[in-house]
Design a protein around this ligand. Sequence first.
Ligand code: GDP
Length: 298
Amino acid sequence: MFETLSDRLSTVFTSLRGKGRLSQSDIDATAREIRVSLLEADVALPVVKAFVGAVKERASAVEVSQALNPAQQIIKIVNEELVKILGGETRRLVFAKNPPTVIMLAGLQGAGKTTLAGKLARWLREQGHTPLLVACDLQRPNAVTQLQVVGEQAGVSVFAPEPGNGVGDPVGVARAGIAEARGKHFDIVIVDTAGRLGVDTEMMAQAAAIRDATSPDEVLFVLDAMVGQDAVTTAEAFRDGVGFTGVVLTKLDGDARGGAALSVRHVTGAPIMFASTGEKLNEFDIFHPDRMASRILG
Ligand code: GDP
C-alpha cells in the first residue's frame, strides 16, 4: 500500500539527514520535492497545494529544537499534515436512536459495494448487531445473487426482491427491506445500490430516490482507491447527486500511489470511515488517519 509515495518521501527525508540547520532554500527545495512526490502519487492538485503550503509555512516557522534535528522536524510536520489531510480523527458510524440504523452504499459499478456490504455486515455482527442486507442493485446481472453469497459468508440475512416483492423496482425493494427489518427486529439495514461504469444521471437519480425512501443514517460512498485522482470527479458527482456522510476506500491493497486516499477527504469534506484491503470478508477495518500516515512514512 502506497509504496511509491513512501519510497519517494523517504528519499526526500534522507537528503535532509546530517543537516544542522535548515536554510530557507533547504526548506524550499524540500517543499518542491514533497510536491513532486505527491503529484507522482496522483494526489489532486488543490490538495497538493494546500499540503505543501502548510508544510512550508510550518517548517519556516519552526524553532531550533534541542530534541529534534531538522530532518526529524520535517518528518514530524509532514506526519501531522498527512493525518490532517486524511481527516484527523477517526469517524465512527452513527447509530439511529430508534433502530434500525439505515446504512446506504453508493458508488460506481465495480467499486466494491457488494463486497463491502458483506464485510460491513460481518463486522457489525461480530459486534453484536443483527444486520439485514437489502439487495437494491437490480442493474448488474448477478448482483443480487452475489449479495446472497456474501450474506451467507458473513452469517447475516439478505432481503432480496421476489415476485410481488419489488422485482425491477429498487426503491420498492428498499422500502420493503426496511419494513422487514422493523418487523423482524434487525437493528441495522445495509442497502446495496446499483452503480454504473461511469457517472450517469439515471444512476444518480435512482440512488437519490432510494435515499429519499429510506432516510439513511449514513450514506457511504464506496471508492476504488486504485482510480487515483479520477476519484475526485466521481466523488464530487456523488456528493452533488446523492450526498454522503462518509467514504469507504476499497482495493487499498493494490494502491501503490495513494492519490485517491489523500485527495478525497480534502475535496469532499467527508471523512474516510473504513478501508477495504482485499477480496476476503475479513480484509476490512475502520480507517485511522494517524495509522495511515505512519504507514506512509514507514
Ligand atoms: P460493486 O459493483 O460495487 O458491487 O463491486 P463488487 O463488490 O462486485 O467488487 C468488484 C470486484 O472488486 C470484485 O471482484 C471484488 O472481489 C473486488 N474487490 C472488492 N473490494 C476489494 C478490495 O478491497 N481489494 C481487492 N483486491 N479487490 C476487491
